[in-house]
Design a protein around this ligand. Structure first.
Ligand SMILES: *Cc1c(COP(=O)(O)O)cnc(C)c1O
Length: 394
């Protein structure tokens, strides 16, 4: 496959002015990534700072209750900062340091990626600036506080709809203006090459560990691996080392929002079509004129109008399946896992749990399913309470 392409998807659809930055990053990444010292530094941070390897937990009560496949949960929710995002951010921060950069920038919607980037910057003694839509800053005041506490500067983006997509545009521009000392940390498997490949490599630790853990526990590979899909980084991380094992079903769970028959959805593969935006060719939610459509999901982390180009390829080649899960199903799964296993999942991850509840009873008792729990749900409690009609005051 040609450079940075997944079938016809991926690529580098960027203005001339960004080429220099992207090429510099490409050179640095493909040089540094295999150096033993870089790998040793990354492994050390993943193990001793982020808390890896994360457990692969046999959810016995859930398995018994659903009466079908044996269910294992990959516990990315136990990582430092509460999700899989730290895997990628530590990798990119080390890379930036290796490139001689002293400043990290990132954009964030709900604030999770901003907090993870600010964390890595604090750890590595780098400057950090996070761009956030002005509207999002109001909605996510607690995460804005966290980022500032970690030493980051948080800058409001007022252009466009003052949300995530505008913050991405602003961050790309800022990267060009400050390229000599700055690295732009993209938070998912999206954007121009090499980001989709690089972020996938950093998240592939999830499936590398899962494969080893399931072989130890069961002596064989799982029959299905499930994960939620926003941009698709936790999902591709959970899939990666199983892609070449055709007997393993790979299932990505998109945020359907209020339903795929309406406009209030973020189910990109289910409802979208191929297009070009944010430097890549892939599936996007678009209107009839090909403009990027406003998307909606109860899960802020799934609320992105595109999906990583590798997912577009896995979908078109039928190696992976993509299903749409509604807000209501996700909220029910959020409550279900909490009371059944004593684990409060992120509302994003709850989309995968919801589909596991549908699929497990249709599988045999000797079959095995792995569900990637991308994050923990403490951050979501107030919003879910509100969804259920209860206003929490802290
Ligand atoms: C950001 C986030 C996601 C969505 O991002 P992906 O790149 O699709 O993984 C999912 N779960 C959690 C907990 C997140 O914070």
């Amino acid at each position: 496959m040609s450079k940075g392409r997944f079938g016809m998807h991926g690529g580098q659809y960027i203005p001339e002015i960004l080429m220099e930055a992207v090429h510099e990053l490409e050179d640095a990444y493909f040089t540094l990534k295999d150096e033993p010292e870089f790998q040793a530094d990354l492994q050390n941070l993943l193990n001793n700072y982020a808390g890896r390897p994360s457990p692969l937990y046999y959810a016995e009560k859930m398995t018994r209750d659903l009466g079908g496949a044996k269910i294992y949960l990959k516990r990315e929710d136990l990582n430092h900062t509460g999700s899989h995002k730290i895997n990628n951010v530590l990798g990119q921060a080390l890379l930036a340091r290796g490139m001689g950069k002293r400043r990290l920038i990132a954009e964030t919607g709900a604030g999770q990626h901003g907090v993870a980037t600010a964390t890595a910057a604090a750890l590595m003694d780098m400057e950090c600036e996070i761009f956030m839509g002005a509207e999002d800053m109001k909605r996510q005041a607690l995460n804005v506080y966290r980022m500032r506490l970690l030493g980051a500067k948080v800058t409001a983006v007022e252009s466009g709809t003052a949300s995530l997509k505008d913050a991405v545009n602003y961050a790309l521009g800022e990267w060009v203006r400050t390229i000599s000392d700055t690295h732009y940390v993209i938070g998912s498997v999206v954007g121009p090459h090499p980001f989709p490949v690089m972020v996938r490599d950093f998240q592939a630790v999830i499936s590398a560990e899962t494969k080893k853990q399931i072989l130890e526990a069961e002596g064989r590979l799982p029959d299905a691996v499930l994960a939620c899909v926003g941009g698709g980084s936790n999902c591709i991380g959970a899939f990666y080392h199983f892609i070449s094992e055709p007997q393993v079903r790979l299932i990505g769970c998109e945020g359907a929002g209020k339903g795929t028959d309406r406009f209030d959805t973020a189910a990109t593969i289910t409802t979208g079509s191929p297009g070009i935006f944010h430097g890549m060719k892939t599936y996007f939610c678009q209107d009839e004129f090909g403009q990027i459509a406003p998307v909606y999901s109860i899960a802020a982390g799934l609320d992105y109008p595109g999906v990583g180009p590798e997912h577009a390829y896995l979908y078109e080649t039928k190696r992976a399946e993509y299903v749409a899960v509604t807000d209501e199903q996700a909220v029910e799964a959020f409550e279900y896992l909490s009371v059944t296993e004593g684990i409060i999942p992120a509302i994003e991850s709850s989309h995968a749990v919801a589909y596991a509840r549908l699929l497990a009873p249709r599988m045999q008792k000797d079959e095995i399913m792995v569900v990637n729990l991308s994050g923990r749900g403490d951050k979501d409690c107030a919003a879910i309470a509100r969804y259920r009609g209860e206003d929490l005051v802290e």
